[in-house]
Design a protein around this ligand. Structure first.
Ligand SMILES: N[C@@H](CCC[C@H](N)C(=O)O)C(=O)O
Length: 353
């Protein structure tokens, strides 16, 4: 279930970027605001800038967002406090804020703590909204599956939308149309997976059809079999080493091996990496090392990439994440699209081909 946490953050009135809670997302000065505030955050017990302080005190509480007749939960504020909202999709967590509050707060010890920071912005190219996401290292990925599900819920809360809804969202990976179901859960058509090596992108030698499927990648003297897929963002999926034992993902030192994949010269844009254990032909287990965010509990684009790679390598059609909260499967139909959706503690990934 996607839940929300609210963190009260001590706010000292800002000279340049004062925050005015609003329902409107029509804002134009976001880019310059972001670059200004990005530099202001320094890890310290209490973060202080001339404009802003984040107190690591006991002011955090977790609560479900209320559904009231009030116009927006962002409008509810106590004097001297700003409300930030944090959502997670299966533990893959994000701070959702409006551009006026553009501050990097992903630090787990001295900020709110999150895998990424998402900006809900005005739509461009005729879309309803634009989603920009920043990894916890400050890099900007093209797309984020769980982030898009959280984004859709955030927009629904912000705009007081109820029932079945869908809207168009511009992302770095193009147009995405999340669908909020009647029960509030969000399904996202993640589009057609990209397999062409140069577009993933990867420098690994491609097969005749230009894809990199079950290819060899040397990492620290060990040869891994990998399949490279872009779900708008780059993924390297491995089911194990060449001629090695079946991968046992719980035993993997992901903090050691993950960065080596991420920064391998074969991946000019770095890569997200999914390590996958074949539990049975109908059940896969995955751990992910995310580009720019490290080990996370779940990854929507990663789950889609694993499903695609499993099909291409002929392994299986079900995926479960280490968090044990996620089980994914695919369906084959006429459109070659992958979908994620959320059913209580189940995240469904489907490949429509
Ligand atoms: N966790 C996300 C992916 C976030 C972006 C990723 N770290 C990247 O840099 O591509 C998901 O749910 O898809």
């Amino acid at each position: 279930m996607v839940t929300a946490a609210q963190l009260s953050i001590c706010h000292v009135p800002m000279t340049r970027l004062s925050f005015t809670p609003t329902n409107s997302l029509r804002l134009s000065s976001f880019s310059s605001s972001l670059s200004l505030q990005w530099k202001l955050i320094k890890p310290d017990l209490t973060l202080k800038t001339p404009n802003f302080c984040v107190s690591a005190s006991s002011s955090m509480r977790i609560e479900a967002p209320e559904s009231t007749s009030r116009p927006s939960f962002l409008d509810r504020r106590e004097s001297g406090f700003l409300r930030f909202v944090k959502y997670h999709g299966l533990g893959n967590d994000f701070i959702l804020i409006t551009p006026e509050q553009a501050v990097k707060l992903c630090d787990r010890n001295f900020g709110i703590g999150a895998d990424g920071l998402i900006f809900a912005m005005p739509g461009i190219n005729g879309t309803d909204y634009t989603m920009r996401i920043f990894n916890s290292d400050g890099s900007e990925p093209e797309m984020c599956g769980n982030g898009m599900r959280c984004f859709a819920r955030f927009i629904a809360e912000l705009e007081n939308l109820h029932g079945r809804q869908s809207f168009t969202v511009h992302t770095g990976a193009g147009l995405i149309v999340p669908e909020i179901q009647d029960d509030g859960k969000v399904k996202v058509d993640m589009g057609e997976p990209i397999l062409k090596a140069s577009e993933v992108p990867t420098r690994l030698p491609a097969n005749k059809d230009q894809s990199v499927v079950k290819s060899e990648l040397d990492v620290d003297g060990v040869t891994w079999n990998v399949t490279c897929v872009s779900i708008g963002n780059p993924h390297c999926v491995t089911f194990g080493t060449k001629g090695g034992q079946k991968l046992q993902v719980d035993a993997l030192n992901i903090a050691e091996i993950g960065p080596k994949f991420e920064h391998d010269s074969m991946f000019p844009a770095r890569t997200n990496t999914e390590f996958v254990e074949i539990i049975s032909p109908s059940h896969l287990k995955m751990r992910v090392w995310e580009r720019g965010a490290g080990a996370t509990l779940a990854c929507g684009t990663g789950a889609c990439a694993v499903v695609v790679a499993a099909i291409l390598e002929g392994h299986a059609n079900r995926v479960s994440l280490k968090s044990a909260l996620l089980s994914a499967f695919f369906l084959l139909t006429k459109r070659k699209h992958v979908f994620i959706s959320h059913f209580d503690m189940l995240c469904k990934t489907e490949l429509h081909s």
